[in-house]
Ligand binder design. Structure first.
Ligand code: SF4
Length: 172
């Protein structure tokens, strides 16, 4: 049996197939599953807040789901600890074809405050070459929603405030 970090890296290889999808204001919502992969959980709490009535999540074309099998996108928070690697790989493998990965917050991108900690793998930055990310520590719920809308509309914006812009990064 392969070690969990290697399993995760293999499972995430097809993240390179990321394709922003057009916003479907009149069609099915984009469904996303969230996974906390080891951190202070600040970003995870902002995602919880995004699901409150204060933010027009569903009105913007998104739906948070409870199971990765039902999800189009996987939103990851946290620096990807060694102990969370298998859960991340399992969630990714459970998602249907056409899945996409979004790193929410600085930790999910490159490990953030814990990037050099022995217990982490250094974020998704170290595991895959192309993905989408929402920077910030943490990004606010409104910034996350704006970034999701931009990603859904296929806008690759790296301008504006760091916390309010979604960026698509390449390590090629
Ligand atoms: S990016 Fe900041 S708020 Fe988010 S999990 Fe890391 S330390 Fe916490």
């Amino acid at each position: 049996m392969q070690p969990a970090p290697l399993t995760m890296m293999l499972a995430l290889l097809d993240v390179q197939k990321w394709r922003p999808r057009p916003m479907r204001r009149h069609g099915p919502r984009i469904r996303f599953f969230t996974l906390e992969a080891g951190s202070c959980e600040g970003c995870a709490m902002e995602l919880v807040s995004l699901g409150s009535s204060a933010y027009p999540l569903e009105g913007s074309g998104f739906q948070r789901v409870q199971h990765p099998e039902d999800a189009d996108w996987l939103l990851v928070t946290g620096s990807v600890t060694r102990s969370s690697a298998s859960a991340l790989a399992s969630a990714w493998e459970a998602m249907p074809a056409g899945r996409s990965l979004v790193a929410v917050g600085n930790c999910a991108y490159d490990g953030g405050l814990w990037k050099n900690n022995y217990a982490t793998l250094g974020g998704i930055h170290t595991l895959t070459r192309v993905y989408s990310s929402i920077p910030g520590c943490p990004p606010s719920p409104s910034a996350i929603l704006q970034a999701l809308v931009e990603l859904a509309e296929g806008v690759s914006s790296s301008t504006g405030s760091q916390a309010s812009s979604a960026s698509r990064r390449s390590r090629q």
